[in-house]
Ligand binder design. Structure first.
Ligand SMILES: C[S@@+](CC[C@H](N)C(=O)[O-])C[C@H]1O[C@@H](n2cnc3c(N)ncnc32)[C@H](O)[C@@H]1O
Length: 268
């Protein structure tokens, strides 16, 4: 296993319990079970609905599945889902929730850049969610394998932090040039801030055919506004409506003038 994968895996194993404490809170899981599309940014859900349609019986793979909220949502909608992650602790936590919910889901420990253990030409949909690319050092390898495991005509859909967010810190202070992509190493992790060209060129080289891209803002959400810690949102802490309106208005909060998420759809 490469050093970058080993180090990030160890960190996610160590961090998993704290990370999932509120993500796997019964109230948060219930929200996804009541309305599975709540596991996705609105624009991403629209792309899944548009390009994949009814998920019943579809074979879906979710590499770097993390909190597994998308995995639970796909399974609830009737898909046959394989959840993959490098952290066994994250997978074990997902397995416990799936058992409680009575959802039949496959869990596999594998590196998203190799997808070892997954058959060729097997899936109707491969989906990666927010916060996946930042941990990966070889996007060419990742996309070769995403292409490998998709059926002919199968879709790859990704949503992740928009790379235009990366050069900026608080109050839009520039903290790095767009083209510096890492590696950034600290005591815990090794990360990368890939550009749009790094992601799209890797997709194209793999043989995936580009279908559509959406550049999105956070949808205004009075219940779960983006800056409210999940713990508070799950505990029902309310933020004043005027404060939410102000924070989502780019004239008052200029960071809202940048796209926050991007969603790309490809086909094999
Ligand atoms: C922030 S989560 C992303 C998924 C989800 N959107 C979430 O918010 O939980 C990142 C996940 O990537 C996993 N990960 C990091 N490097 C990986 C690798 N090389 N292969 C597979 N999974 C990896 C981590 O274990 C973690 O569960």
């Amino acid at each position: 296993m490469e050093d970058v994968v080993k180090k990030n895996m160890q960190n996610w194993d160590d961090y998993s319990d704290a990370y999932l404490r509120f993500k796997h809170d019964e109230r948060n899981i219930e929200k996804v079970m009541q309305n599975p599309s709540a596991a996705f940014e609105k624009g991403t859900w629209e792309q899944i609905a548009c390009w994949v349609g009814d998920l019943k019986g579809k074979k879906v793979c979710v590499p770097s599945s993390g909190d597994n909220l998308a995995v639970f949502a796909f399974a609830k909608m009737g898909a046959e889902v394989t959840s993959c992650d490098i952290s066994q602790r994250q997978l074990d936590a997902g397995k416990r929730v799936a058992q409680k919910l009575g959802l039949d889901i496959g869990f596999l420990q594998t590196d998203t850049m190799t997808l070892d253990g997954l058959a060729d030409d097997a899936f109707d949909l491969v989906y990666t969610s927010n916060g996946v690319h930042v941990w990966l050092n070889d996007l060419d390898k990742m996309y070769q394998n995403v292409h490998r495991i998709l059926k002919k005509g199968g879709k790859y859909i990704m949503c992740d932090v928009h790379p235009f967010q990366r050069p900026f810190g608080e109050n839009l202070r520039v903290i790095k040039p767009y083209w510096e992509v890492g590696p950034y190493e600290d005591n815990y992790n090794i990360t990368y801030t890939w550009r749009i060209q790094d992601i799209m060129n890797a997709m194209s080289k793999s043989g995936l055919r580009f279908l559509n891209m959406e550049e999105m803002h956070d949808e205004k959400d009075y219940e779960y506004p983006f800056w409210l810690p999940l713990e508070d949102a799950v505990n029902g802490v309310k933020v004043a409506k005027e404060e939410v309106d102000r924070m989502y208005d780019w004239r008052q909060n200029p960071s809202m003038a940048l796209p926050q998420w991007m969603c790309i759809v490809c086909e094999k």
